[in-house]
Design a protein around this ligand. Structure first.
Ligand SMILES: [Zn+2]
Ligand SMILES: [Zn+2]
Length: 315
């Protein structure tokens, strides 16, 4: 497919390396969860595994290749002279370019995520757009059964509906950087983001961040609390997945500076959430295909007030 659209071989190679490393880490985290018993007792259901499988399958086979072709064609049309033209940037200034790439990517990701969690905008068109983003993100907050025993796991990182990856601006940004020739920056940036993202979703039996946040030495406690203002740690993202007001907090997976300084959505708790995941409608609980393809429909259900906690109060 890539040859047909005249996309450089290096793009395909970069994508393959990223996919292999991601798959290896996902297997590692999942094995840890299985061996340590963190998938037992209703914590992870068959539907959770199936939903992860569908989401990952579509991402690898359809969404990612299609998006790559669309962004490359668009960039070639808009900036024909810039194909690979910025490669010198990573050769000469690798670390500054990587840091800027990560900051921009994480800002775009977090801001879009915040939009999907915010109250409905007054503008009608914007309201409709937001409704689509909300629906696309909804499956990410559904896990376990209706018995409140469900907890999140590393594979939940990839669970969204069919549209989410296509409408995330940071994906478009990353692929545009790839067009410009930033292969190494794209590879290391994407991998550090996805591996950190999986680690914050992992259902740790022993949670190192909670251990540090509750340490008897106050210097250790305070240092960890300070670090939580820069990076997102597992319990912070677990609370984003909780069935509580904290579900509207901690919008980033990796760099929490934006939550802290821009959006006022940073929340550092010292205990795990009581209940994980939003309330599931019967149709969602019964069918993963419904969750993946038709997640817009439950929002029209009269019980929607249950999810009010999912809205962020914007500052
Ligand atoms: Zn969310
Ligand atoms: Zn998540």
């Amino acid at each position: 497919m890539f040859e047909f659209f005249n996309i450089p071989e290096a793009v395909q190679e970069t994508g393959e390396v990223a996919a292999i490393v991601t798959a290896l880490f996902l297997i590692l985290f999942s094995l840890y969860e299985i061996i340590s018993g963190q998938t037992q007792g209703g914590k992870k259901t068959w539907n959770d595994w199936a939903m992860s499988g569908i989401s990952l399958g579509f991402l690898a086979a359809l969404q990612r290749p299609v998006l790559t072709v669309v962004v490359f064609l668009l960039m070639a049309w808009l900036f024909p002279a810039y194909n690979g033209a910025m490669a010198w940037l990573e050769t000469q200034y690798f670390w500054p370019t990587l840091i800027i790439f990560l900051l921009v990517d994480e800002y775009l990701h977090g801001r879009t995520h915040l939009f999907a969690h915010s109250r409905k905008p007054k503008n009608r068109l914007l309201g409709k757009v937001q409704g689509f983003y909300k629906a696309a993100h909804r499956p990410h907050h559904l896990n376990g059964g209706q018995d409140k025993r469900g907890e999140i796991s590393s594979s939940q990182t990839f669970v969204e509906n069919w549209a989410w990856w296509l409408i995330l601006p940071n994906y478009w940004f990353g692929l545009a950087c790839l067009y410009l020739g930033l292969y190494e920056v794209f590879l290391w940036g994407s991998l550090s983001k996805v591996v950190w993202g999986m680690h914050v979703h992992t259902n740790w039996k022993w949670q190192y961040d909670l251990w540090l946040l509750n340490h008897r030495n106050s210097f250790v406690r305070k240092s960890m609390r300070a670090l939580c203002h820069i990076f997102t740690f597992p319990n912070m993202h677990h609370h984003h997945h909780s069935r509580s007001a904290n579900s509207a907090k901690n919008m980033t997976n990796f760099i929490s500076i934006f939550d802290w300084l821009l959006w006022g959505t940073l929340k550092i708790e010292t205990e795990r959430p009581e209940v994980y995941g939003w309330r599931q409608y019967d149709t969602e609980s019964a069918s993963v295909l419904h969750r993946f393809f038709r997640s817009t429909e439950p929002l029209k259900d009269p019980h929607r007030g249950e999810n009010a906690s999912a809205h962020a109060s914007q500052k």
